[in-house]
Ligand binder design. Structure first.
Ligand code: ADP
Ligand code: MG
Length: 246
């Protein structure tokens, strides 16, 4: 599904990523762990199209997307959440999630808007139902009418998650999605994410938590992959213990 080939990213003299080669198959959760500064977010930027790698290539669903931007990737079904949640603060929670469905277009153009054309209204009703269902799954339906800016960070993360899952993503990139969540919210997060039938890359600081959710774990350190395998293999890996788990 995602094929990262020989990717390097340099920021001046900083080697954020060096010769990363990773193939992430369809379905299931792949955990991505590593100390601060390891290059996890940079790798997400490269996959989601926010950053061109200095060298190397990225394929999604067999298509080379290296030269394309975030809009193109999102149309291929790539969705992500951010380490610092990026919600539309001046939109309500419901509108934040509806915004993820609007790109499909309206049906019938401006004229349909003006006359309240029935198929248009039906489409709007369907989208609203889907958005409300996503809010419900993420435990934030009671905040549907609240401005996203007025929510605490944990709830904003759930708004981002609802927005990311509402349109059946092909690839979901989650960058430290549970930081700032309380225990109940984390349990809910796991409940939302575990059954999703999509390719998920999960960056997460809580190692036992990510190990419990992932079927594969990749460890980055100083821009390089130092381990890659099943959670039990990675946990036992001496290089990982030395660099990270201590
Ligand atoms: N926009 C940037 N400009 C310069 N250096 C950056 C930039 N983004 C990240 N870096 C550097 O790249 C390295 C990897 O950062 P990052 O991908 O954010 O790591 P992680 O998400 O694993 O904490 C770090 O050394 C960081 O300081
Ligand atoms: Mg990061």
């Amino acid at each position: 599904m995602i094929s990262i080939d020989d990717v390097s990213v340099r920021f001046g003299g900083v080697h954020a990523l060096t010769d990363i080669g990773l193939t992430i198959g369809e379905g299931g959760i792949c955990g991505l762990i590593g100390p601060n500064g390891a290059g996890k977010t940079t790798l997400f930027d490269v996959v989601s199209g926010l950053r061109r790698p200095t060298t190397g290539s990225v394929c999604i669903g067999g298509v080379d997307v290296t030269g394309t931007g975030a809009l193109h990737r999102s149309r291929l079904g790539v969705r992500r959440t951010f380490q610092r949640p990026q919600v539309f603060g001046r939109l309500t929670v419901l509108d934040n999630v509806l915004a993820a469905l609007e790109w499909h277009g309206g049906r019938g153009g401006l004229a349909a808007d003006l006359v309240g054309w029935r198929p248009r209204r039906r489409l709007a009703d369907e989208r609203r139902a889907r958005a409300e269902e996503a809010l419900r799954r993420c435990g934030i339906e009671e905040f549907a009418g609240v401005y996203a800016a007025d929510l605490p960070i944990g709830r904003r993360r759930m708004v981002e998650l609802a927005r990311a899952i509402v349109d059946d993503p092909a690839v979901l990139l989650l960058d430290e999605p549970t930081s700032g969540l309380d225990d109940d919210q984390r349990a809910l997060f796991a409940e939302v994410v575990r059954p999703l039938d999509t390719t998920i890359l999960l960056v997460e600081h809580d190692v036992p938590f990510v190990m419990s959710l992932s079927r594969r774990v990749v460890v980055l350190n100083l821009g390089k992959v130092i381990a890659d395998g099943r959670p039990d293999e990675v946990r036992a890996d001496p290089a990982v213990r030395a660099a990270y788990l201590g």
